[in-house]
Design a binder for this molecule. Structure first.
Ligand code: SF4
Length: 63
């Protein structure tokens, strides 16, 4: 089964990097914080790239 990414919005600094890298999965919500709107919208490798590059490490795979 595909894994789902989750964003810790308490930690998100709204840098937009994850949205730039994987717009099929991440978007900024009305408060300017990243959210997952289509968990399986892109290959896991692309999502992993966002996880690895988030400057505050606030994206993770859901348990
Ligand atoms: S890369 Fe991290 S800090 Fe930047 S918008 Fe996405 S979740 Fe927020």
């Amino acid at each position: 089964m595909a894994r789902n990414p989750v964003v810790d919005q308490e930690a998100c600094i709204s840098c937009n990097l994850c949205v730039d890298l994987v717009p099929e999965v991440f978007r900024l919500n009305a408060d300017g914080l990243a959210e997952v709107y289509a968990a399986n919208g892109a290959p896991e490798e692309k999502i992993q790239d966002a996880i690895d590059n988030c400057p505050v490490n606030c994206i993770a795979w859901e348990d």
